[in-house]
Design a protein. Structure first.
Length: 385
């Protein structure tokens, strides 16, 4: 880089605040997303596979490259031919598009899971379930975290934890980080922490700081584990919990306002999102303008059953909402069992779609999932045919 370029970079950093740089980055990402979406020659119109328990045909209209993402958000695989048309249930079709449609839900592709700090770590731990909290308290003293500063430690994390774990978890589709990027993040604009159990390295966490709308966020961007850990589900679960908890403690100790556990698929039943929910993370869409949305038009017939099978997040007036379904004949016990893990923080409204008005007892049970939140989301019942 020339002397003039370096000088210009320094001047820009002095004149533009971190919050403003974030807003500029967000706006540029939004523009790129709109331009990419406008490339209609990359679009397709196709039927998506059905869930085994579904009576809905799903038509997808959007970029071919985003079809798999739409399937993930809808919780469907490749078990049933998507070209099938259900002639026995007129009005049962679900339309999924990247183009806005009247009456459609605006479903984000991703959400962020963020832990609000500015309070004692004990208070945050009180939001964990009892089993997790007892396990952390029992195991906490055996672990310690240290920053990786030497080339040897950084190369070890890259070679034996970060990339192998990503490949083991996501296969050939894993998004790998280059060794140069890992080193830059560890030493220049972020940090790489190693988690040790009785002196043995068992995990790492790569992260960086960000300022959004005047608030300081620590982004726990990527974690890694050696094969001895990720090949053992029990050890991986325990180590993963400790690793994320240490990220929260470190964020508190360094004066951050939030600890951001990074992107998750915007699918309420997603295992990773549930993992973060159980650790006190609330949902947030800040920093996601560069990612798109799907516009999903619910079926005219059977919306309650569709949303029972496939709960959906949606954006409404800039706020995040959750749409659930209540099929006919559902008992209170089945309702509680199905939705006990839907108590996400960060929601403004909960919509319960049903064929006939839900009883007050059932609505009270739903509100109780969010009674610990301030303010609690508004619960609304939508009756359809």
């Amino acid at each position: 880089m020339s002397t003039f370029s370096k000088y210009k970079s320094i001047v820009v950093q002095k004149l533009i605040s971190p919050s403003m740089r974030f807003e500029i980055k967000e706006t540029l990402a939004w523009i790129r997303e709109q331009l990419n979406r406008a490339c209609l020659w990359r679009w397709e119109i196709t039927g998506l596979p059905q869930r085994d328990d579904s009576q809905n045909d799903i038509l997808y209209v959007g970029r071919k490259a985003h079809r798999e993402l739409a399937k993930i958000l809808l919780g469907i695989g490749n078990t049933v031919d998507g070209s099938h048309v259900n002639e026995n249930l007129p009005g049962s079709k679900v339309l999924v598009s990247e183009m806005p449609m009247p009456g459609a839900l605006c479903v984000p592709q991703y959400v962020r899971a963020i832990v609000r700090l500015g309070r004692p770590v004990e208070e945050i731990m009180n939001t964990y379930d009892d089993k997790l909290r007892r396990s952390l308290l029992k195991q906490r003293t055996r672990y310690r975290m240290q920053q990786a500063l030497s080339d040897t430690e950084i190369e070890l994390a890259d070679r034996e934890m970060l990339n192998p774990f990503a490949k083991a978890r996501h296969g050939s589709s894993a998004s790998q980080i280059s060794s140069e990027s890992i080193r830059s993040s560890a030493l220049e604009y972020g940090r790489l922490d190693l988690l040790l159990l009785d002196g043995e390295i068992v995990a790492c966490m790569l992260g960086n700081a960000s300022i959004r709308k005047g608030k300081r966020y620590w982004i726990a961007d990527r974690c890694g584990y050696p094969e001895t850990i990720y090949s053992d589900p029990k050890r991986l679960g325990e180590t993963n919990s400790i690793n994320h908890h240490f990220a929260i403690e470190s964020s508190i100790n360094n004066g951050f306002d939030y600890c951001d556990f990074a992107l998750c698929f915007a699918r309420p039943d997603d295992g990773l999102l549930q993992f973060k929910r159980r650790r006190g993370a609330e949902l947030n869409t800040i920093g996601l303008r560069g990612f798109g949305h799907f516009y999903i038009r619910l079926p005219k017939v059977g919306a309650a059953q569709f949303l029972w099978n496939t709960p959906l997040f949606a954006i409404e007036h800039g706020n995040l909402t959750l749409h659930l379904g209540l099929p006919d004949g559902t008992s209170d016990e089945e309702f509680v069992s199905r939705y006990r893990q839907m108590g996400f923080g960060g929601l403004s409204k909960i919509y319960l779609h049903c064929n006939k008005p839900a009883g007050e007892r059932l609505l009270t049970m739903l509100r109780n999932l969010y009674k610990h939140q301030t303010p609690a989301p508004v619960v609304t019942c939508i009756t359809s045919t």
